[in-house]
Design a protein around this ligand. Structure first.
Ligand code: ATP
Ligand code: MG
Length: 380
């Protein structure tokens, strides 16, 4: 593990703290699918200036660091927060896509995909190698492509954008320093290497709240997640703001599996609805619609879970994913196991050069809790 301290430029004393704090975790399952790696770790917590999810690898001839993607703070109000945060700077509203965060990098001869926590994901790496050309990395070897991996064939976040699986670039960052290129540079580079990007919906200043609200409302109508608001120069940290549609859709998910999800997750989404309702000064009729939407988002999935258990089924989450190579599917199973994720991967069929599998996760806590209550048990 000595290479970690060296790669991060830590003094010996600081390096010892890192080892004591059990902050370093294994970042990958060793396999010939990852031929350029001798060893790799990730930071499980923030450590000094290094973000949670920072990835540190030993390659054959050097070390490699990909800094963790920085947390994006959320605003519950557009006014006055945007003005307070961005002042008079030019800002863009980028679509916030609902998938999972991936940093795509090149190490040695190959492309690799690192997920939020700093894990090298076989599923995502296989897709990145097919869909992202190495041209960008020939010219920008120090940089990483920060993308949202979206689609219905997703092992982590399933959301329908009319694609099976795809990457949408939102930031280009120096892998070692985490410095982001300006929005303009990012867009130009993405275009010249044919990399798809998250949509830029508006460029404006923070004063223009009416126009910003209108843009969010259009996203609401399209049933999209929301926006990330960025300083065009990328010198000030971005903020995020989400639609009522996604707040309710998150609640549906969280209440269906209520015992696996934290109460903070639920509470924060309900509070977002309140601030939004207040800020947009909605009519009584729209307010009542919101109340109904919110109530349904909580109760419908709960009742569905109860009925599942009553009829003898486990409460499960299912998705259909695909691999180009069966060996990567096997590796992905080991990858889930390493993280202690209790999931089953079942072969379905082959089509168009892809091998489809069902990924099923039994929500044990929710299933057991409901089952005990149905048998006459108490809540606590
Ligand atoms: P956080 O990432 O802020 O720690 P979180 O894990 O709950 O919180 P989200 O609430 O989804 O994540 O918000 C941040 C994430 O949004 C980013 O990590 C990134 O994966 C995703 N994202 C989607 N679209 C964009 C975009 N256009 N710009 C920046 N991030 C985006
Ligand atoms: Mg997200």
């Amino acid at each position: 593990m000595n290479f970690v301290a060296e790669a991060l430029g830590l003094s010996r004393q600081t390096a010892e703290k890192l080892e004591e704090g059990s902050i370093l975790r294994k970042a990958f399952v060793r396999d010939s699918f990852f031929p350029d790696l001798v060893d790799a770790y990730r930071l499980d917590k923030k450590f000094g200036k290094f973000e949670e999810g920072t990835f540190i690898a030993k390659l054959k001839d050097r070390t490699f660091v990909a800094r963790g993607f920085p947390k994006i703070r959320r605003t519950l109000l557009l006014d006055p927060t945007l003005k307070k945060h961005f002042g008079n700077r030019r800002i863009v509203l980028e679509e916030k896509m609902n998938g999972y965060n991936v940093r795509i990098v090149k190490m040695g001869e190959n492309i690799y995909a690192i997920t939020r926590g700093g894990l090298l994901c076989p599923y995502t790496t296989e897709k990145a190698r097919k869909m992202i050309s190495t041209d960008f990395f020939e010219d920008f070897p120090e940089y990483m492509l920060c993308c949202e991996a979206v689609g219905i064939a997703s092992p982590y976040v399933v959301f329908d954008y009319g694609v099976e699986f795809d990457f949408f670039l939102f930031d280009i960052r120096n892998a070692k320093t985490n410095e982001a290129l300006s929005v303009k540079d990012k867009v130009e580079i993405a275009e010249s290497y044919s990399i798809k990007t998250a949509r830029i919906l508006l460029e404006t200043n923070a004063d223009n709240v009416d126009l910003i609200l209108k843009t969010v409302q259009e996203l609401e109508a399209e049933r999209r997640e929301g926006v990330v608001i960025k300083d065009v120069e990328m010198k000030i940290e971005p903020l995020k703001y989400t639609t009522s549609y996604i707040n309710c859709s998150d609640l549906r998910y969280a209440f269906r599996y209520f015992a696996e999800y934290g109460r903070d997750f639920m509470l924060s989404r309900i509070i977002r609805e309140a601030f939004q309702s207040y800020e947009i000064k909605e009519t009584q009729k729209d307010f009542e619609k919101r109340c109904l939407r919110l109530g349904k988002a909580i109760l419908e999935p709960l009742v569905e879970s109860i009925k599942d258990v009553k009829s003898g089924k486990d409460v499960v989450e299912k998705s259909k994913i695909f691999f180009y190579d069966g060996r990567v599917a096997e590796l992905f199973k080991r990858h889930l196991k390493m993280q202690g994720i209790n999931a089953k991967l079942t072969y379905l069929y082959k089509k168009d050069g892809k091998i489809y599998y069902e990924l099923q996760r039994v929500m044990r806590s929710t299933t057991d809790k409901i089952s005990r209550i149905l048998e006459g048990g108490y809540w606590q």
